[in-house]
Design a protein around this ligand. Structure first.
Ligand code: ADP
Length: 158
C-alpha cells in the first residue's frame, strides 16, 4: 500500500530526478520509477535506453524498482496496488501542466493522489532537455547527471 509511482519521461534521468526520488524515499518505503513509450513527446533515448540508465543509476537505492508501462498511468498505478503518483516541481512554469495532469488523473481515479516534491535549489533549472542541449554544444554536464548518463549522452550527441 505504501508504494509510490514516480512517473516521467526520464529522457535521460538527471540529478534533479534522482533528488526527487531520494526525497520521495524518505516518505514512501518503496518507489517504482515508471516510464513509457511517449506519445506527446519525442524522446532522444529509446524506452529501453531510458530504462537501462534508470536501472543503472538506482541500482544501489533500496526500495526502488524501475518499470515500463503502457497506457494510462492511473491504470498502471492501480495495477500495482499503489495509491500515490510522485512528481517534481521546479518552478511556476511546471505548475500549469502538473496541475492539469494531477486533476485529470484524480478524475480518472479519485483514490489515487498526486504528491509533489519541490526541487532543491541547485536543481531548480535542471531539465533533461537542457542537459542534452549543453552536451550537444560540447559543454560539461558532469555536475548535472550521473557518470553513466553523461557517457550515454556524449555517445548520443556525437
Ligand atoms: P514528463 O515528460 O512526464 O514531464 P520528465 O522526465 O520531464 O517527464 O519529468 C518527470 C518529473 O520530474 C516531472 O514531474 C518533472 O517536473 C520532474 N523533474 C524533472 N526535472 C526535475 C528537477 N530538476 N527537479 C525537480 N523535479 C524535476
Amino acid at each position: 500500500m505504501n508504494i509510490a509511482i514516480y512517473a516521467g519521461s526520464f529522457d535521460p534521468v538527471t540529478n534533479g530526478h534522482l533528488d526527487i526520488l531520494r526525497r520521495a524515499l524518505h516518505v514512501f518505503p518503496r518507489v517504482t520509477v515508471a516510464t513509457a513509450e511517449t506519445v506527446s513527446k519525442r524522446c532522444t533515448f529509446s524506452l529501453e535506453e531510458r530504462l537501462n540508465l534508470l536501472k543503472q543509476v538506482t541500482r544501489d537505492m533500496e526500495g526502488v524498482e524501475v518499470r515500463a508501462f503502457e497506457g494510462l498511468l492511473v491504470e498502471f498505478t492501480r495495477s500495482l496496488g499503489a495509491k500515490v503518483i510522485v512528481r517534481g516541481l521546479r518552478q511556476t512554469t511546471d505548475f500549469d501542466y502538473e496541475f492539469q495532469m494531477a486533476t485529470m488523473n484524480a478524475r480518472l481515479d479519485s483514490d489515487i493522489q498526486t504528491v509533489f516534491f519541490l526541487s532543491s535549489l541547485e536543481y531548480l533549472h535542471l531539465s533533461s532537455s537542457l542537459v542534452k542541449e549543453i552536451a550537444t554544444l560540447g559543454g560539461d554536464v558532469s555536475q548535472l547527471v550521473p557518470p553513466q548518463v553523461e557517457d550515454a549522452i556524449i555517445q548520443k550527441v556525437k
